[in-house]
Design a protein around this ligand. Structure first.
Ligand code: ZN
Length: 336
């Protein structure tokens, strides 16, 4: 039996399509990989990269996951696979990153036949950055492959979308998810003994393996849960005209440490992005809210322009704090 992309759980149609494209040498030089956080978008990009360079590739099996190329690519130990992410304390990927990619892509690969760029999250690229990337996508070098990771391809420029087909990672069934996490994380096995907690974990992960693994790691779980609750409360409070007292309470909810406030603000901007997308279509893919009805309800309480205004204010606050602005003044201005 053929074994293609065995590292990817579920997503059979997608795996079959990509296997066909690899075998017929018809892979695109760029893909937009759309899907929810934790749904395996980065894993997919790395596995396609491994399939391209796998040294044991045969007609019925790839990537082998064992050869030197597969190991180096999947373990992040080759300069031929590059992750392009926002700079520290920034929420967006700017034009400098696109310029870097353009000049770097002129240099042939170091270890293998292909050079892979994973832009993540690509929907945070500024318009200028997307336009600059377009120049590279329009005249690709034969060895360069681009993966643009995002929650919703709709937020990318049409010109970029026309150069990069959209593929989508879908959440998997609870059965597949459970099977995977129990095979890969012993904490899942212990937790499964307590059926109530385990059921809650499966419910919160909602088919996203990456999310389930993050929830299993208590060190990662607590702050992110707290940030989520803070962001939810912040957005809900500002959905209605808020009293001075309510605004002061919101400010008091934030951390007193600058380094911790920035991720809190990023969580808020993710929530707002969901609400803006919901204004366009109620079936928009969500990356913050897990309860769609609840999120739609909150989006109704804002006008579209109010959502954009708040989103911009949050982005400005993140920028200001990255430039060492006064923490208290910045938060006061944000809730004013
Ligand atoms: Zn291999």
């Amino acid at each position: 039996m053929a074994e293609y992309f065995t590292n990817i759980v579920g997503n059979e149609a997608l795996r079959a399509r990509l296997a066909h494209d690899v075998l017929s040498s018809s892979l695109s030089h760029a893909y937009i990989i759309e899907g929810r956080e934790g749904s395996g978008r980065r894993t997919l990009a790395l596995n396609i990269a491994a399939a391209l360079s796998c040294q044991n590739r045969s007609a019925d099996k790839f990537p082998c996951l064992e050869c030197d190329a597969c190991r180096k690519i999947l373990d992040g130990k080759t300069p031929d696979v590059m992750h392009i992410v926002p700079e520290r304390d920034r929420v967006s990927i700017g034009v400098d990153a696109s310029r870097f990619i353009r000049s770097d892509a002129m240099v042939v690969p170091n270890d293998f036949e292909y050079k892979v760029y994973i832009i993540d999250p690509a929907d945070t690229m500024t318009e200028q950055a997307q336009n600059a990337l377009l120049l590279t996508l329009e005249e690709p070098h034969s060895y360069a492959v681009f993966f643009l990771i995002c929650t919703s391809a709709a937020s990318m420029l049409e010109t970029v979308r026309s150069r990069a087909p959209v593929i989508r990672t879908e959440p998997v069934t609870d059965e597949l998810l459970s099977e995977y996490i129990r095979a890969h994380d012993s904490r899942a096995v212990s937790l499964a003994a307590s059926s109530e907690q385990y059921a809650a974990l499966l419910r919160d992960a909602d088919g996203c393996i990456g999310k389930a693994l993050a929830l299993l790691d208590p060190k990662r779980q607590k702050p992110s849960e707290e940030r989520h609750a803070l962001a939810e409360k912040f957005v809900k409070t500002l959905a209605r005209p808020a009293s001075e007292q309510a605004r002061l309470e919101l400010i008091a909810n934030f951390s007193t440490k600058r380094d911790e406030v920035i991720p809190e603000l990023i969580a808020i901007s993710t929530a707002l992005r969901d609400l803006i997308l919901l204004k366009k279509t109620e079936s928009a893919p969500l990356c913050f809210y897990t309860d769609r009805e609840d999120a739609i309800d909150i989006s109704y309480r804002f006008t579209t322009s109010a959502l954009f205004a708040l989103y911009n204010k949050v982005s400005d606050a993140i920028d200001a704090l990255s430039r060492n602005a006064n923490l208290r003044l910045t938060l006061t201005a944000l809730t004013a």
